[in-house]
Design a protein around this ligand. Structure first.
Ligand code: 5GP
Length: 114
């Protein structure tokens, strides 16, 4: 069996980071290197899915649970608006292969895409 991911180690209390919120199958922490005034990570408790493509195909309900938790946190930590980012693959900046959503909020007006 492979080593637990950094996020599992945080959840187990081996690496310090406050668990901001928890649902049945997911939890949330602050990103250690924030890229926005609010930068949280929403993470499934299971390590089964390496990226969002695997998660969406394998467990759409868990995907919806992550989105719902992101929405709740964006309201608690900001004005409710947020950007949800799933880096997918190393060339897109993914460094932790335990799927997670970046929840970015606050002061994003100038960086809007589209
Ligand atoms: P990725 O690059 O895989 O999309 O995102 C991984 C994220 O995890 C990065 O934004 C990085 O800053 C964050 N991260 C890495 N190690 C730690 C840690 O020990 N604690 C916390 N809170 N975040 C971490």
């Amino acid at each position: 069996m492979s080593e637990p991911s950094i996020f599992t180690r945080i959840r187990n209390g081996e690496i310090p980071s406050e668990i901001l919120a928890e649902t049945e199958n997911a939890f949330a922490i602050r990103d250690i290197a924030p890229q926005a005034p609010v930068h949280l990570l929403v993470i499934p408790k299971t390590e089964e899915y390496r990226n969002v493509v695997e998660l969406a195909a394998g467990d759409p309900e868990l995907m919806a649970e992550l989105v719902g938790l992101a929405n709740t946190l964006a309201a608690e930590h900001g004005d409710g608006d947020f950007r949800l980012v799933f880096n997918t693959g190393p060339n897109a900046g993914q460094t932790v292969f335990h799927v997670h959503a970046h929840v970015l909020a606050g002061g994003l007006e100038e960086k809007s895409v589209g």
